[in-house]
Write a protein that binds this ligand. Structure first.
Ligand code: FRU
Length: 499
């Protein structure tokens, strides 16, 4: 206790001293410790997965698993927020409330432009959300059929949502974990359209097809004897991406909890073809979207205009291992920064690249060229450097000795948060996490915010996202070896919270 108090007084003095010589903003504008400055956080209370991500007339809509009455998980609603740049978010009223069929679990949203569902009109086609109903009473009993799929529609461009009166649209065939529908429109060879639902079922994926978002029939399943199976499969997504050689590929994202490479939750993906309603993988390799411990249940936006053409992803920046225990007070969980997904090739193997979206440059406040040891401009910043040789070591730290250490050596990239700050809330939080990177690193980019650090090597060829809870914000960066052309960009505080 005495030692803790001493460290606190000692570090406060140093902080004060820094602030006097150079006015550094170390607290978020809301005055709340750990409140993210440029990552989406709910105004208050509990949040998990991103849901229903759909772009409508200039607005990115983001819904999210939300329990407004507590800072731990509970009866799920869909919270709602919109943004023009995926960074500056406006909080909206709750979009979907639990009803007689159950809690509103994760799902997606699409633009039904031809009014195939009949829920809108030809002149005002509906936006349709497809989500899982989770009946809490059934879940506690011996029932296996308590998760079903329902839909809701919006006729006012996503502002308000009405549950369909004949829900559920897909009954449960008798499987306990049957959830998180991600729906997209596909074209048949004859040019006609149909809807495909990618659904997580126990530790497999089932694909369903529908002409109208209401009547669904099973097309195929995928996942037996392939991929990581250390836990339940959740929150899938099916994407079409172009390989560097011009081939059109299908990428299946599958979140898994537990069983991730760093314990707890993580997202794996498969690359292959989608032919006649069936996913056929190219190989049996296990690939991970993000090798850090804190990027889960991430999916992509639907209805992005062709003129943009990007595949845009956001994940829940946490891990079920400790998500409900992290030391934030009035709210829990942030989303990752938005990332653009593409494919790249390493010696004939295709991998997914998660590149920080271009829009992030618009929230840079100031750019500094820095030396090997430099003071940080605040708690929200980006760090960029060129990699000189193929190994590097640098750290971000404060005077109390709390530090995050980043390195690449012998083909392993490591982010060590063993001594990064608060760790008493879960025995497995403080850890060093490594990822294999057999190819050359030439650029390092790190996004730091009040409770997170996201490492992007070669602009997203390898990504590691980690939560950190320093007692006091980190004040310095020091580069031990391997990096050149160092620069720091301080970031604007763009979250708009009333508190
Ligand atoms: C993933 C998940 C989903 C489910 C939701 C419930 O984090 O478990 O499978 O729909 O959270 O909040």
């Amino acid at each position: 206790m005495i030692r803790k108090a001493y460290i606190f007084i000692f570090s406060s003095c140093i902080l004060l001293a820094c602030c006097q010589s150079d006015p550094i903003v170390f607290e978020s504008p809301t005055g709340e410790k750990y409140r993210s400055e440029y990552h989406f956080t709910p105004e208050k209370a509990w949040m998990n997965d991103p849901n229903g991500m759909v772009y409508i007339d200039g607005d990115y809509h983001l819904f999210y698993q939300y329990y407004p009455d507590s800072t731990v998980w509970g009866p799920m609603h869909w919270g709602h927020t919109t943004s023009k740049d995926m960074l500056t978010w406006e909080h909206k009223p709750i979009a979907l409330y639990p009803d007689s069929l159950g809690y509103i679990f994760s799902g997606s949203a699409v633009f039904d432009s031809n009014n195939s569902s009949g829920l809108g009109t030809e002149s005002n086609p509906p936006y349709v959300a497809i989500y899982t109903y989770h009946d809490p009473v059934g879940a506690k009993s011996n029932s296996t059929t308590f998760q079903t799929q329902g839909i809701a529609y919006s006729l006012d461009k996503g502002e308000s949502w009405t549950p369909f009166e004949n829900n559920p649209v897909l009954e449960n065939p008798g499987i306990r974990d049957f959830r998180d529908p991600k729906v997209m429109k596909m074209s048949r060879e004859d040019g006609s359209d149909y809807w495909v639902m990618t659904l997580a079922v126990k530790d497999e994926i089932h694909f369903y097809g529908s002409p109208n978002l209401i009547d669904w029939e099973k097309l195929s399943d995928f996942g037996k004897n392939i991929g990581a199976h250390g836990g339940v499969w959740e929150c899938p997504d099916l994407l079409q991406l172009t390989a560097p050689n011009g081939d059109e590929k299908w990428v299946l994202l599958v979140s898994l909890n537990p069983g991730g490479p760093q314990m707890g939750s993580a997202t794996q993906y498969f690359i292959g073809e989608f032919i006649d309603g069936e996913f056929v993988p190219d190989d049996e390799m296990i690939r991970w979207v993000d090798y850090g411990p804190d990027n889960y249940a991430g999916v992509t936006w639907s209805n992005i205009p062709d003129s943009d053409g990007r595949t845009l992803f956001i994940g829940w920046m946490s891990n079920w291992l400790y998500a409900q225990l992290v030391p934030t007070e009035t709210w829990r969980s942030a989303m990752t920064i938005p990332r653009e997904l593409t494919l790249f090739d390493v010696d004939g193997t295709l991998l997914l690249k998660s590149r920080p979206v271009e829009e992030l440059k618009s929230i840079r406040k100031k750019s500094f060229t820095i030396s090997d040891i430099s003071e940080l401009p605040g708690q929200a910043f980006e760090f960029n450097a060129e990699v000189e040789s193929d190994s590097f070591l640098f750290k971000i730290y404060n005077e109390a000795g709390e530090e995050i250490v980043f390195s690449k050596e012998n083909g392993l990239v490591t982010v060590d948060r063993s001594n990064a700050g608060r760790k008493d809330f879960h025995p497995d939080f403080a850890a060093s996490h490594s990822a294999p990177m057999s190819w050359e690193a030439n650029h390092v980019r790190v996004f730091v915010d009040a409770n997170s650090v996201e490492l992007f090597i070669n602009d997203g060829e390898l990504v590691m996202t980690s939560l950190v809870f320093p007692e006091n914000p980190y004040t310095n960066i020091s580069v031990e070896n391997g990096l050149d052309d160092l620069s720091i960009q301080s970031m604007k505080s763009v979250m708009n919270h009333s508190k």
